[in-house]
Design a protein around this ligand. Structure first.
Ligand SMILES: [Zn+2]
Length: 300
């Protein structure tokens, strides 16, 4: 494994999770926990971690994966109820190049508001918030009812590009870009790739965002993500890996369909974030060859 690791000892998340340093916990289950980010980019920013110290998604046990996903979805729904953001960006980074600043696997739930500028500055440059204020935020999220979320994103998806997400499975198979399939999702080599080996995971039914997934679907998604992250590590040995999805146009969601992206990072390829709308189409032969390469490394 060649992720570039951020070195911080002792692990600040283990210190938070065990109460050795003050934190503002939102939700907790057997294997996972969510707590307010101390250096937050926007109001209602929350981190979700497994309780056990693991470095990346591929290290999670299946039971931990499911718990992390359950707490992630519950927390995100409650953040919507509590703060009504215009969008949410959910992501998990491994490796310094991908933006990981604490070497304990974590998903971030970052809120976006039309009225407020969002900062992409490194976490180290984001101001810390007093723990008392974070605990008030955590209480507000906990007391919000997750079931009451009514989220209506607005989209301007060009019909031509929507085809990527409504393609029948037979076409993906014929094109040779289908990597794997689970009960509720399929994973394909991205038609608009940011980098070689980029994967997108798509729900088989029309789902606008991950808050709409049933518990069964979200569990299926997380196990699929974990399997693909492991295969990507074996296939490409990247120095970083991001798993992410957007909910809402304010966070650059471009299609009215949930799109989960898995993006590897490489030493010799400079990575520059571009909204999906600005990406160019990847030649089919590249997609086919990347697909074949990753399939060879999939675990049964
Ligand atoms: Zn830790």
């Amino acid at each position: 494994m060649a992720y570039e690791k951020p070195e911080r000892f002792p692990c600040p998340f283990c210190e938070c999770n065990t109460g050795r340093i003050p934190s503002a916990i939102v939700f907790e289950s057997e294997h996972a926990i969510s707590f307010m980010a101390v250096n937050r980019r926007s109001t209602g920013a929350v981190l979700v971690t497994p309780k056990r110290h693991v470095e990346q998604i591929s290290d999670l046990t299946p039971a931990e994966s499911l718990d992390v996903m359950e707490i992630l979805q519950k927390t995100a729904k409650s953040v919507y109820s509590a703060y009504g953001p215009d969008a949410i960006h959910s992501f998990c980074n491994a490796g310094i190049r991908a933006g990981q600043s604490v070497c304990h696997m974590h998903f971030q739930i970052q809120t976006r508001f039309n009225s407020k500028e969002y900062s992409f500055a490194p976490s180290i440059d984001i101001p810390w918030i007093a723990v008392d204020e974070l605990r008030q935020n955590a209480e507000r999220i906990k007391s919000a009812a997750p079931d009451l979320v009514e989220y209506q994103p607005k989209f301007t998806t060009p019909d031509a590009k929507m085809e990527e997400f409504t393609s029948p499975m037979t076409r993906l198979k014929e094109d040779g870009v289908l990597i794997s399939e689970s009960e509720h999702f399929y994973a394909v080599t991205a038609e608009y790739s940011r980098v070689k080996g980029a994967i997108v995971i798509l729900p088989k039914r029309q789902v606008s965002n991950y808050l709409e997934l049933s518990v069964e679907e979200s569990n299926d998604l997380m196990l699929h993500v974990r399997k693909l992250a492991r295969a990507t590590e074996k296939a490409y040995d990247p120095i970083g890996l991001s798993v992410w999805w957007e909910t809402g146009t304010e966070a650059d969601q471009f299609f009215d369909h949930l799109v989960v992206e898995i993006t590897p990072y490489f030493e010799d390829i400079e990575y520059k974030y571009q909204p999906r709308s600005e990406l160019t189409q990847t030649p089919l032969e590249h997609r086919q060859s990347w697909t074949q390469h990753i399939i060879k490394h999939l675990e049964p």
